[in-house]
Ligand binder design. Structure first.
Ligand code: C5P
Length: 218
């Protein structure tokens, strides 16, 4: 496969989404927000009241997700859900269904389809470990839990959601534990991944670092 892929994996609210999106823009590459696929599945399941216990039904929803990505907009059928999928409730349920192998399997094919010329920047938890193990460049992007909680707080307030720092810290720690300790595709640096701790970095600095690494390996 000669279409270049840059994978950017890391914990929730690490800023990897913003960094990955800007790197993609800079290179003129496609962008895959794989977390959005889990969130879209979660939102659909919450609406259909599909329980976490029904793995088969959840995988069916994932497989038939009527989603469209139009620039920054994310659509589900004929509804724009870019903000709705960012709600904490949706993120929490997303991280629960993400532990189910059938759901991960259903979303894998969809994710591979994003690899198109001239290239792809893929953002998630298992982009470098499972979905694109032969990526051109793999980055594992982290930040301290405090830095991530305050970024998430600002993001939610900016989007008009209410938020409490205390709850966010608790949620982040729970979600980190769930994402890192699950049996299938746990969050961990891929073999050969470059580690980037952005706790004390601006988005621009992180973007520049990724672009420098890419220039060196491409
Ligand atoms: O990145 P984001 O917070 O939008 O992802 C929501 C949830 O989806 C994560 O907490 C994680 O459990 C799951 N996820 C995953 N694998 C990915 C992307 C997201 O398991 N590649």
């Amino acid at each position: 496969h000669n279409v270049p892929v840059i994978t950017i994996d890391g914990p929730t609210a690490s800023g990897k989404g913003t960094v990955a999106h800007r790197v993609a823009q800079h290179l003129g590459f496609h962008f895959l927000d794989s977390g959005a696929l889990y969130r879209l599945t979660a939102l659909t399941a919450l609406r259909h009241q599909t329980p976490l216990a029904d793995e088969h039904a959840l995988a069916k929803l994932a497989e038939k997700l009527p989603c469209k990505f139009l620039g920054h907009e994310i659509w589900l059928g004929n509804e724009e859900v870019s903000n709705a999928i960012r709600a904490e409730e949706v993120g929490n349920f997303a991280s629960k269904i993400a532990a189910l192998p059938a759901v991960r399997h259903a979303l894998a094919g969809l994710q591979h389809g994003f690899r198109m010329p001239p290239g792809l920047v893929a953002d998630g938890r298992d982009m470098g470990t499972v979905i694109f193990p032969h990526a051109t460049l793999k980055v594992f992007l982290t930040a301290s839990v405090e830095a991530r909680a305050s970024r998430r707080y600002k993001q939610l307030i900016d989007k008009g959601f209410s938020a409490s720092m205390e709850d966010l810290l608790k949620d982040l720690k729970e979600r980190d534990a769930r994402d890192s300790n699950r049996a299938v595709a746990p969050l961990k640096p891929a073999e050969g991944a470059y580690l980037l701790d952005t706790s004390d970095m601006t988005v621009e600095q992180a973007v520049e670092q990724v672009l420098r690494w890419y220039a060196a390996v491409k």
